[in-house]
Design a protein around this ligand. Sequence first.
Ligand SMILES: CC(C)(COP(=O)(O)OP(=O)(O)OC[C@H]1O[C@@H](n2cnc3c(N)ncnc32)[C@H](O)[C@@H]1OP(=O)(O)O)[C@@H](O)C(=O)NCCC(=O)NCCS
Length: 163
Amino acid sequence: MTDRDLAPRSADFSQSVMTELVLPQHTNAYGTCFGGTILSWIDIAAGICARRHAGAQAVTVAFDDVHFITPIRLGDIVNITARVCHAGRTSMEIRVEVWRERHNGDREHANTAYVVFVAVDADGRPLPVPALTLGTEADRARHDEAVERRQLRMTKAKRAAMR
Ligand SMILES: CC(C)(COP(=O)(O)OP(=O)(O)OC[C@H]1O[C@@H](n2cnc3c(N)ncnc32)[C@H](O)[C@@H]1OP(=O)(O)O)[C@@H](O)C(=O)NCCC(=O)NCCS
C-alpha cells in the first residue's frame, strides 16, 4: 500500500540547483578541487532531484563516465544543476551540469554527469516513480538520448555483475 502521489511530473518540478564555494579543504596540492569532492556534490544534487521526482527516498545505482574538462580552482564558485531526463518504472536518470564561476562572474562548463537513482522503500526495495512529462523540445531530446544510454548502461551492468 502506498499513499504516494504518482501523477506524472515535469523536470521543472524536481530541478535542483546547488552552489558551493571551493575552500582549502576541497583542494589538492595543485590548488584545484578534488575530483571526488565534485563527484560528491554531483551525487547530492542528483539525489535531491531524484527524491523530489520520486516523492520517496532514492539510492544511487549508477554513475556514467565523468570527464573533468575545466579545472575548478580554490576560490571558485561551483554552480551545479540537476534535472531528470528519464524516468523508468523505479529508476530515474538525472543530468547534472557543473559550471565554474570566477571572481569576475565569468562562467565555464566544467563537466556534465548522468547519474541513475532508484526509489526505494524503508527496506531498500525498489518503488514505482511518477512518469516524466516532456514539456519542451530540449526535454524530449534529452529523454531520447537517455533511452539510448539506459540500454548501453544495462549491458555494462550485466557485464559488471558477471565479474
Ligand atoms: C538500487 C537497487 C535497490 C536495485 O535493486 P535491483 O534488485 O537491481 O532492482 P531491479 O532489478 O528491480 O531494478 C530496479 C531498477 O534499477 C535499474 N538498475 C538496476 N541496476 C542498474 C544499474 N547498474 N544501472 C542502471 N540502472 C540499474 C533497473 O533497470 C530498474 O529500473 P526500472 O525499474 O526503471 O526499469 C539495488 O541494486 C541496491 O540497493 N543497490 C545499492 C544502492 C546503493 O547502496 N547505492 C549507494 C549508496 S546511496
